[in-house]
Design a protein around this ligand. Structure first.
Ligand SMILES: [Zn+2]
Length: 259
């Protein structure tokens, strides 16, 4: 069960030029939401990956320190939550260069994993990821199990995602489900994964799932995982696991399709 958090804080709102009230909703994640999540993860002894725009890493080093001291992983998520498909190759390259630099300064090492903001790659993203030696990405939707994505001589692992397994559309954007209904939908997907695919990726945002009683959705998920003995890896742990399997030719391989 790949449970991960997108720690966007107010980066997406700044990029859009939003008003102070809208910005404050994003800021909830670093003032309150992330700490509630860290407490729960500690209670259950679970270590996960937080994807964070490097602007957030730079702006909130104390939050990053709290995440790292819980033995969680910080992975890349743009600089200011940009839509990569709207950028030139030069601008995209600059975001990855700057991210490497900020992660080295604040986290102590380059990121191993990447998730594109809004789950949108540009036509250049695969090349940029391989040039910057990323080990894994978690943005595409073309399978329901992790696989090796090959492009020319290079490759990285892809951990597919799904909008139905994201808290944002249901609880924030469309507000079309209650937290209880969302939990039920996710548990159904988790049971399917337990019986069929062996993998499910659930994405949450501290400013969304961390707010008020919604945190109980995460608690119930962790309860379920504890009862069933599900493995909840960090992105880098999953990459290690796949590398071991790869020696036995048990990993699905997809060639990157140019579009
Ligand atoms: Zn995001």
């Amino acid at each position: 069960m790949f449970i991960s958090f997108d720690l966007d804080a107010e980066s997406a709102e700044i990029y859009r030029g939003a008003d102070p009230n809208t910005l404050s909703r994003g800021r909830f994640s670093v003032y309150r939401g992330v700490y509630k999540i860290l407490d729960l993860l500690k209670k259950y002894g679970v270590h996960v990956t937080f994807f964070a725009p490097s602007w957030v890493v730079e702006r909130y080093p104390a939050v990053i320190e709290a995440i790292l001291s819980g033995e969680h992983e910080i992975a890349a998520h743009g600089y200011l939550h940009e839509r990569l498909d709207q950028l030139s190759l030069e601008d995209e390259e600059e975001i990855f260069r700057r991210t490497d630099e900020i992660f080295r300064d604040v986290v102590g090492e380059r990121p191993q994993g990447f998730r594109s903001p809004y789950w949108r790659w540009s036509r250049n993203t695969i090349e940029v990821l391989l040039r910057h030696r990323y080990r894994y990405d978690s943005s595409l939707m073309d399978d329901e199990i992790p696989y090796l994505l090959r492009h020319g001589e290079g490759s990285l692992y892809e951990y597919p995602v799904d909008w139905r397994l994201d808290d944002w559309p249901y609880l924030e954007y469309y507000r079309s489900l209650t937290p209880r209904q969302l939990l039920e939908q996710w548990l159904e997907e988790i049971r399917y994964a337990e019986n069929v695919t062996g993998y499910v990726s659930i994405t949450m945002h501290p400013q969304c799932i961390g707010r008020g009683a919604r945190i109980k959705v995460l608690e119930k998920l962790l309860d379920h995982a504890t009862r069933t003995g599900a493995w909840i890896p960090r992105g880098k742990d999953l990459a290690e696991h796949l590398e071991r399997l790869h020696g036995n030719r048990e990993v699905v391989v997809h060639e990157y399709v140019e579009y």
